[in-house]
Ligand binder design. Sequence first.
Ligand SMILES: Cc1ncc(COP(=O)(O)O)c(C=O)c1O
Length: 400
Amino acid sequence: MNREDFKILYQEVYKRPLVYLDNAATTQKPQVVIDALSKYYETINSNIHRGVHFLSQKATDQFEEARRVVQRFINAGESAEVIFTRGTTESINLISSSFGKAFFQKGDEIIISQMEHHANIVPWQLIAEEKGATLKVLPFDENGILLIDQLESLITFKTKIVAITHISNSLGTINPVKKIIDIAHRHDIPVMIDGAQAVSHLKVDVQALDCDFYCFSGHKLYAPMGIGVMYGKRKWLDQMPPYQGGGEMISQVTIAKTIFNELPFKFEAGTPAVGDVIGLKTAIEYVENRGIENIAQYEQTLLEAATQKLLAIQGLKIYGTAPHKAAIISFLLEGIHPYDVGVIIDHCGVAVRTGHHCTQPIMDKFSIAGTVRASFAFYNDLSDVDALVEAVKKAQMMLG
Ligand SMILES: Cc1ncc(COP(=O)(O)O)c(C=O)c1O
């Protein structure tokens, strides 16, 4: 499916055709995104919002148009609720720091899950330490399914926020975030969703979900690295202090006092990554043209084929066997270290990731050091699945 738009895939590594199955780490960029970046730098590069000159206005128009494209993509109520950041990690740090400053007090509680990426654990630990708050953890079962029946019992009158991943980057589990949001909202608790792995695999509608915050990275959505999004409901953003101080986020500065700018600029200090924002807009339009539902359906066929073929290998165990999964497969070969498997697979030309995938609590739960993870995108096909399976078999033969 549209592989020809991704020139990088047509190369050899170790004299083998490259098979790129590390899409959960970052996706490749279609030519239109690369062209949009070059065109921006070749024709309109300028600082935005500040200049009256032609190029500055053109850059500003495209930057703000990109905000509206993101708004449409996630169905935000207004474009001012879309804040550009460097990525999911910065988005979550922004929320934890700013929301925490505004609302956390000593003894308050933050609920996360046992399957969070470190980016949705550490920022909460930092603010918890600063404010004297504590973290509570929603566990998952042997299949990698969140035990959401336990959520209600974790909630107390001290709970200030629930922060949960939409899709687990290690297990592939698609969490029932709407249910989680509904439960939390019954107790008037806001919910932040880490959508880093979700936006490229399923349709996200922040108003239908009714989430309070939603974060994602452009680079996992076929856009450039260094650009991301923090969506927040205006009712929260208006009450939260700025995350960083500097240019653009102010309305008026005297040495005595600063009046902050309105949304979204209050949270966008300094010169933003204008070219990357335009790249993100182009990537979103590219995905929309292909249809996120078509992408999801196609990736499911890859997931099913890869799961079946891998499970046919004796001694191979998949971690993350929820029925509702994105095209991410973590596995181990009995008695063989994942790193060794990864090295041999790599020498067969197949790019996978090995290690804990920044989710050490998941590895602790299974008492393992790490896994081998293959993650698919719509430009992969069944020949990539076969290449993976052959490479895993070879690794087993050589190391077993
Ligand atoms: C679920 C999840 N959350 C957060 C992140 C962090 O994203 P980034 O490094 O783009 O900020 C990742 C990246 O792998 C992820 O998979």
